[in-house]
Ligand binder design. Structure first.
Ligand code: PEP
Ligand code: MN
Length: 264
């Protein structure tokens, strides 16, 4: 069902208030890796508004490799974030890690993010298929393109067609970068599916100074949007600071992404 053979017309996702993803509407989603508190939320929203970005990312439930790392502010953090974002006209994308969080988060989010560690959590995908809110599925850490498409098939076939895919880098033998951003996947996914394809250059390469070129390359490869990490003080971020842009770097990226998208 997610194949271009089944549906020729590209899927367009309307989040309301003029925020549209897909086919001619380039989506930019930016924000911290983790939601850390009220001040950080306000500062980020201010930055996004100044640059006309309508979707903010941030995790309140974080899948951390170590259980001793910061694991997120949870639902209270999400509620605080929601209040500030609503007032500013900003949409929210955040990671949902388990079935019980779908309902818990429902009133406070616009897009459910399925993380790379949950791409094949089929129970979670089944349930997200029954929800009337947009879903972004990230490619698994060692997942193939076909596996990502089958994961999308779970959600789509259960009835939720507000679906997008995300290339976030895969694990390879290369150790010079955190992950290997598979630019190929973007072009191939655009050929295979009618769903919007989003690039995550932050996790894709994992090194701040290289986020911009990878983001721009993703756009030229056909991405319908980009999701990336930004923070007022990346070195003080609770997670993923090494790949997080400060606001000046983020503003420059936004400008260059808009120009690149126009070139395409
Ligand atoms: C994130 O977006 O912060 C995240 C944890 O991403 P991924 O699931 O791609 O690792
Ligand atoms: Mn992160």
């Amino acid at each position: 069902l997610v194949s271009n053979k089944w549906k020729v017309k590209p899927t367009v996702i309307d989040l309301g208030d003029g925020v549209i993803i897909g086919e001619g509407h380039f989506a930019m989603m930016a924000g911290p890796c983790s939601i850390e508190g009220e001040e950080q939320i306000e500062k980020t929203i201010e930055h996004l508004k100044a640059n006309n970005i309508r979707i903010m990312r941030g995790g309140v439930y974080k899948p951390r490799s170590s259980p001793y790392s910061f694991r997120g502010m949870g639902i209270d953090g999400l509620k605080t974030w929601y209040k500030a974002a609503r007032e500013a006209g900003i949409k929210i994308i955040t990671e949902v890690m388990q079935v019980s969080q779908i309902e818990e988060m429902y009133d406070y989010i616009d897009i459910y993010q399925v993380g790379a560690r949950n791409t094949q959590n089929f129970n979670l995908l089944d349930e997200l298929g029954r929800v009337d809110k947009a879903v972004l599925i990230k490619r698994g850490i060692s997942g193939t393109i076909d596996e990502l498409l089958y994961s999308a098939e779970y959600v789509f076939s259960a009835g939720n067609e507000s679906l997008m895919l995300c290339e976030r880098g895969i694990r390879t033998y290369e150790r010079a970068s955190r992950n290997t951003m598979d630019i190929n996947a973007i072009s191939i996914l655009k050929e295979k599916t009618h769903l919007p394809v989003i690039a995550d250059p932050s996790h894709g390469i994992g090194i701040r100074d290289h986020v911009e070129p990878v983001a721009l390359a993703s756009i030229m490869a056909g991405a319908d949007g980009v999701i990336y990490e930004t923070h007022e003080k990346p070195d003080e971020a609770f997670s993923d600071g090494q790949q997080t842009l400060n606001f000046a770097e983020s503003a420059r990226l936004i400008e260059r992404m808009r120009k690149t998208y126009d070139l395409r």
